[in-house]
Design a protein around this ligand. Structure first.
Ligand SMILES: [Cu+2]
Length: 326
């Protein structure tokens, strides 16, 4: 420890904080872009002691987070609580809301004391660079509960901190969360989105001023059983359809499909000119640099929510310069 004495008290405090926080309930990732739909997960490091598995998690959503949704979790029941606001807030996509999600809980499962798990969330964050949010979490176990609701004041260490989310400063600078070294995220690498054996990679949508838009991504199946994408939903669109392109003489035409197959130990690319996800009745134009949540449901693997970044119109263009027409 002499090395840390030389480095000074500040370094020692950081070390203690980082070690202790490993067991805390944290949001991972913890650093978000201003105004984004932020996908994160509450990581539960342990139960309430030997032989006391976690049976429920309830997170309180601060009032200035305009919208929140929970990722479904097999074996756990999701409950969303709402609250009525005195003053409407911007809920994104030009919509004002006077009812907001006030709490989300997962219950009915059993997470053994010595195991960890993650509970996924998407939060619509305000456009306030540098702002921090503390999400109080109540962890219920067989035979008791632990309230992770303490908010550290500068430089102090607390026993049971709430989960911290910090909105990055402008210019995309991802700065280290002040209190919690273990939450430091390098860059803005998206969390790999997984449902069972299916991994969703490289999602993107193309910018469009129209009421319809296409979403493209790659579905990888690491399992020995074939699966199928059967449904997609997104809060930005009135409805979402699964489409493919078929060649009709010289023309390419779009056609709705019931599902998109993903072979065992293989992958299916949804790409311009082939399978794609169609957003119908967009509530707002898709602008380059925006992002939005999209929930995919698979026949076997269940559901997963991915954050889809919007890229510039027409790129990468499909062969033959085909454009969507509806
Ligand atoms: Cu289409």
């Amino acid at each position: 420890m002499s090395m840390f004495k030389i480095a000074g008290a500040a370094a020692l405090v950081t070390l203690v904080s980082a070690t202790a926080s490993f067991a805390h309930i944290v949001a991972d990732p913890a650093e978000a872009k201003p105004g984004s739909y932020f996908r994160t997960a509450l990581r539960i490091g342990h139960g309430c002691g030997a032989g006391k598995p976690t049976t429920a998690i309830r997170v309180t959503i601060p009032a200035d987070i305009a919208n929140a949704s929970a990722q479904p979790k097999p074996g756990w029941e999701v409950k969303v609580e709402t609250a009525k606001l005195e003053k409407p807030v911007d809920a994104g996509h030009g919509r004002m809301a006077d009812t907001v999600v006030s709490a989300i809980s997962w219950s009915g499962g059993s997470l053994p004391n010595e195991q960890f798990d993650e509970f996924g969330l998407v939060l619509k964050l305000p456009n306030e660079p540098g702002k921090q949010f503390w999400l109080p979490v109540v962890q219920t176990c067989a035979g008791g509960e632990v309230r992770w609701d303490q908010i550290p004041v500068a430089g102090q260490r607390v026993e049971r901190p709430a989960a911290l989310i910090r909105i990055a400063d402008t210019h995309g600078g991802m700065q280290m969360a002040q209190m919690n070294h273990s939450q430091h995220q390098h860059g803005s690498m998206p969390m790999p989105a997984k449902a069972g054996d299916i991994t969703v990679e490289q999602p993107f949508a193309r910018a469009t001023p129209a009421k319809v838009g296409g979403v493209f991504l790659v579905l990888k199946n690491s399992g020995g059983t074939a699966d199928r994408l059967v449904k997609a939903t997104s809060p930005v669109a009135g409805s979402v359809e699964l489409h493919t392109h078929i060649k009709d003489g010289d023309a390419m035409r779009m056609r709705g499909v019931e599902n998109v197959p993903v072979p065992a130990n293989g992958q299916t690319a949804l790409e311009p000119g082939g399978y794609h996800i169609m957003l119908i009745g967009l509530k707002q134009a898709l602008k380059e640099g925006d992002s939005f949540p999209l929930t995919l449901t698979f026949e076997k693997a269940g559901s997963v929510t991915v954050i889809v970044p919007v890229q510039k119109a027409g790129a990468p263009a499909p062969a033959g310069g085909h454009e969507h027409k509806h």
